[in-house]
Design a protein around this ligand. Structure first.
Ligand SMILES: [Zn+2]
Length: 472
């Protein structure tokens, strides 16, 4: 665990987060279109007639399966179907062409491929300028074959080999964070990317929202053929069909996450769910979260975790907006393992609220805490913002000298994190073998302004909680 991509769109700082937000939350018309395309890939086989490909695009005619060729711009021939690793331009949802690399290809159902000439395939592409979360299946006519680059990347091994990974291998890879490449040898990194390269579930329905997913999630094999999953927003059970969900909703008696409500302020509630007492819920939550976190660890052992689930409440129930998980016992003083704000609720300050909440729990425990490492780059950005606001607010009020130890005692932020934050802001001087904080009010104000707003505050008086103790 430890990836934090899901919260970062709130920062609005990172270009890719903004791009992702634009694609997933603020452009409903694009979402709808995307869904239709995905849906067609499956539905056409049973219902619709063949799509109207321009005749000029057709190659060898019906049923053609062999390699065909197309003329490239420079007179060269482009072999179809395209090889995995091919680079070219592809028309994205913004209508513009962007460079892509083909990650995978698959055959379309027979009625779609009547045309032959490479149209019997669709291609899973990675937009090289964008985050992996925007990878998607595209049809041949979205690809500009005139721009195919001559060199195909080294051939990626057959997918079948990667699917033979043992559970142990898979776990080993997942437990090693990939963004910190230093911990992962090249072979393992390739294995990880090979195994998770293609998004399996394209959309989910959760409560009032239909949400486009960002990443692969290892749902059980019987869901392999699903493009869309339907989640009960309360118990997080997932189903293949809408009718199954409707039937489920008539008998599901939950109206909030299972577990104890430990915080209520206005319409916001936080529930503490013990992974041991609510194993299925914990696992469902992990499957769901992985759809939005690239390198989240797949913990099969949810027993060891507590899940803090944040909800917006109304007369229909408590609707999950995000969560963080926390190990019951952490020797490394981790106070947070995974954190996610669901896309429809991003950029409302919930990610910052969740981070602040994790530190309020640490204060109640009388411990310092730190998020599980390594953090993704975007996760670090969220935390840096939080640490900056909290620490500089205190420095502004304390005109006199204050030590890092004192700051740590007041905030439950680990001393290392305080030191690295202040160092990154150039507020630490090293004098006579000692770190000294220099806190010019003007400099502090400038940094505070750059760190942005703090989002929703945690009202500590509304937190009713005692630290976890193993029963018996
Ligand atoms: Zn349910």
């Amino acid at each position: 665990m430890g990836s934090l991509e899901g919260t970062v769109a709130e920062n609005g700082g990172a270009a890719e987060a903004a791009a992702a937000a634009a694609a997933t939350t603020t452009a409903p018309s694009c979402n709808g279109k995307q869904l239709e395309e995905n849906g067609n890939a499956v539905d056409m086989a049973q219902t619709d007639g063949p799509p109207a490909f321009p005749a000029a695009d057709c190659g060898d005619g019906p049923g053609a399966t062999g390699v065909t060729t197309r003329k490239g711009r420079f007179g060269g021939l482009v072999a179809l179907p395209l090889e995995v690793g091919t680079r070219m331009l592809c028309r994205w949802r913004d209508g513009k062409f962007h460079p892509v690399k083909v990650i995978e290809r698959r055959k379309l159902p027979p009625t779609v491929s009547f045309c032959g000439g490479g149209h019997e395939y669709e291609y899973y592409v990675h937009y090289t300028e964008f985050n992996r979360r925007l990878d998607e299946w595209v049809k041949l006519d979205q690809l500009d074959l005139d721009t195919v680059e001559a060199d195909v990347d080294e051939k990626v091994e057959d997918k079948a080999t990667s699917l033979k990974m043992t559970r142990h291998q898979k776990r080993k890879i997942d437990e090693t964070h990939v963004e910190g490449h230093e911990e992962l040898d090249a072979a393992s990194l390739r294995e990880h990317e090979e195994f998770t390269k293609v998004k399996n579930i394209a959309t989910i329905e959760l409560g009032r929202y239909e949400i486009e997913t960002w990443y692969f999630s290892p749902f059980p094999p019987e869901y392999n053929d699903c493009v869309k999953l339907f989640f009960c927003e309360f118990c997080l059970n997932f189903m293949k069909r809408k009718e199954q969900l409707q039937r489920h909703m008539r008998k599901c008696d939950l109206k909030h996450p299972p577990g104890d409500e430990i915080y209520r302020c206005g319409t916001l509630s936080m529930f503490e769910v013990d992974g041991k007492k609510n194993k299925v819920y914990g696992q469902n939550l992990c499957y769901l979260a992985k759809l939005f976190l690239d390198h989240k660890t797949l913990y099969y052992d949810v027993d060891l975790f507590l899940f803090y689930v944040l909800c917006e409440c109304d007369d229909r129930g408590c609707h999950m907006v995000g969560y963080f998980s926390k190990e019951k016992h952490s020797e490394e003083s981790y106070n947070l393992a995974c954190i996610l704000t669901l896309p429809p609720y991003q950029r409302k300050g919930y990610g910052k609220f969740l981070i602040a909440f994790s530190y309020e729990l640490s204060k109640k425990e009388g411990k310092v805490g730190t998020p599980e490492r390594p953090l993704s780059d975007l996760g670090l950005l969220s935390y840096r913002g939080y640490w900056t606001r909290v620490l500089l607010d205190i420095l502004k009020k304390h005109k006199s000298n204050i030590s890092i130890k004192e700051l740590s005692d007041m905030t439950a932020i680990k001393a290392d994190d305080i030191l690295s934050t202040l160092q990154s802001l150039d507020l630490i001087q090293y004098r006579k073998g000692q770190h000294a904080i220099c806190a010019d009010p003007k400099v502090l104000d400038r940094h505070l302004k750059a760190a942005g707003r703090g989002g929703l505050d945690v009202d500590v008086s509304k937190l009713i909680w005692t630290p976890f103790k193993e029963q018996g």
